[in-house]
Design a protein around this ligand. Structure first.
Ligand code: ADP
Ligand code: MG
Length: 320
């Protein structure tokens, strides 16, 4: 069965859709500015479970996943549209008030204005989050600019969201009395932080040759960079910044950390480190494929960390 990535590549070729394939589409507006468009769909019991989160966290996350795509382009988010399919049972509660509180609190911290949306009745909650950002003309960070010899960096720590998901699956809830790092992991999953400031720094300092946000895990998202840039890569597992109590498997294949994965020319190594980011590997020739160095041995790093139609899990996460 074809994957969703095969499907996207197919419609892109079949209908000659040049703007599709990056974290945002880049649409020139005037001589100085490009507009960035991104949309994310979150479906109840596929991408989230109402009994695992709070309406406010969910409102935050609905916007955060789209801001993360703007961050991956080095852009500045500006406007948002938000559509909801709402079960009648939620209409009668304070759900929407709390959801919009969470959404607006994150929007305010990024100067994002809600400029429209739609609302309709649905069997299960459906959230469609659309964000428009901007970047200086021709400067947005694409997945396609990585060159052999470039260094691979990630922001933050990895695997926390995946650890959070496994804690939620085992019955732990955000309001429970739990260790701080467990609460942190759960919040990573339920209330992620989009790395907008780091993305903007990468663009402003012309530091990154390519970038993507880690929505599906390094194994998938590095594959997207390599595919778009027509290069290979080697990741050194011993250099991965792993969240406390997270595992290597969570760091490589776990999704939804919403950190940035980007490539930097070798002479800019210190600039990337000054941003607090970690050097995890190198871009290589295509013929090398994508490899991970583990205990001194090179092994293939197989994508994808996550594909929507391969997952049988309902209730953790889908594709954001
Ligand atoms: P992300 O994880 O960064 O949100 P996706 O993997 O969802 O990105 O999508 C990859 C690319 O494919 C993006 O450019 C997105 O706009 C495009 N895309 C995804 N689904 C569709 C679709 N149903 N129709 C057209 N384009 C799509
Ligand atoms: Mg993305």
């Amino acid at each position: 069965m074809r994957s969703e990535f095969d499907f996207i590549n197919y419609i892109k070729e079949r209908h000659k859709l040049k703007a599709i394939g990056d974290d945002c589409s880049v649409i020139p507006t005037d001589g100085l500015t490009d507009q960035l468009f991104t949309v994310d769909l979150l479906i109840e019991n596929v991408d989230f479970r109402l009994d695992w989160t709070t309406p406010s966290f969910l409102g935050h996350k609905a916007l955060a996943v789209s801001l993360s795509d703007v961050a991956a382009m080095g852009g500045t988010p500006k406007f948002a549209l938000l559509s909801l399919g709402l079960p009648a049972s939620l209409w009668k509660t304070s759900f929407l008030d709390e959801f919009y509180e969470g959404w607006h609190s994150l929007a305010a911290s990024h100067g994002v204005d809600l400029v429209g949306g739609d609302i309709s009745k649905a069997g299960e909650l459906v959230i469609d989050s659309f964000v428009i950002g901007e970047a200086p003309r021709g400067k947005a960070l694409l997945r396609s600019g990585a060159k052999p010899g470039d260094l691979i960096f990630v922001s933050g720590a990895l695997g926390g969201a995946s650890l959070g998901l496994s804690l939620l699956e085992s019955g732990v809830r955000p309001g429970d009395e739990i260790a701080d790092f467990h609460r942190e992991a759960i919040l990573r999953q339920l209330k992620p932080t989009p790395q907008v400031a780091i993305g903007k720094s990468l663009l402003e300092n012309q530091l990154a040759t390519s970038a993507i946000d880690l929505s599906d895990g390094i194994s998938s998202d590095l594959f997207h960079i390599c595919q778009a840039s027509n290069v290979g890569a080697i990741v050194d597992a011993s250099n991965l910044p792993i969240a406390k109590e997270g595992t290597l498997e969570m760091a490589l294949n776990g999704g939804e950390d919403f950190e940035l994965l980007f490539t930097v020319p070798p002479e800019r190594r210190l600039d990337a480190q000054h941003l607090g980011c970690t050097h995890i590997g190198e871009i290589a020739d295509t013929s090398d494929g994508i490899l991970v160095k583990l205990d001194g041995e090179l092994r293939p790093l197989l994508p994808p960390g996550f594909e929507h139609f391969r997952s049988e899990m309902a209730g953790g996460r889908g594709d954001t």
